[in-house]
Write a protein that binds this ligand. Sequence first.
Ligand SMILES: Nc1nc2c(ncn2[C@@H]2O[C@H](COP(=O)(O)OP(=O)(O)OP(=O)(O)O)[C@@H](O)[C@H]2O)c(=O)[nH]1
Length: 219
Amino acid sequence: MAIIRELKVCLLGDTGVGKSSIVCRFVQDHFDHSISPTIGASFLTKTVPCGNELHKFLIWDTAGQERFHSLAPMYYRGSAAAVIVYDITKLDSFQTLKKWVKELKEHGPENIVVAIAGNKNDLGDIREVPMKEAKDFAESIAAIFIETSARNAVNVEELFQKISECLAASRPPRHAFLSKLPEYNKQCRQIPPLENPEGDSNESFKLTRQAPPSSRRCC
Ligand SMILES: Nc1nc2c(ncn2[C@@H]2O[C@H](COP(=O)(O)OP(=O)(O)OP(=O)(O)O)[C@@H](O)[C@H]2O)c(=O)[nH]1
């Protein structure tokens, strides 16, 4: 029987950058052009193989609208990894990403793995955030960096695979301090195995749901 590790992951970032779309692509391999903004948060799971283990992602997709900002600690607390998403066509969303990095450093779990995802890379012709700038920033905090397109299914699996590998790779640092976020990410952390795979179905729920007039979220 394969060992299953549960990995709590939260997605953070400005409204409209594509957090839900990334999760929807990853979990359901689906893209919805008229997806509604998240209200509160959504929860989904997906189990993927990693070496001779199974990694069950417990994914909290948070709402990017400012009015929900105060809820975020509930989701990043206890997370093994945070995916901070920006929209490559919106410079503002990259500034917001930097604020999230700061907040995680100050209030997040000590050894959280940070992944930076520049989404909507299918819209390269209207890009506002140069890839090099984002990559350099990610390197400066030793975060995972990847550009994705939820719409075209580009690098979404890879994003979670990188997180999975990072979390599987090494043990937690013995003396980790938040001021040393890069060191945490370099060393990553090991999540205790969960030996009972029973009830390992993919689950999802939303805390609250907005009722859009004519469209439905896909996840
Ligand atoms: N072109 C393109 N559009 C995308 C992509 N990902 C998401 N979108 C669109 O961007 C809009 C916002 O997507 P969401 O997934 O709802 O964004 P979000 O970050 O979850 O937004 P909040 O729930 O408000 O925090 C929707 O119209 C999506 O169809 C992408 O990779 N490429």
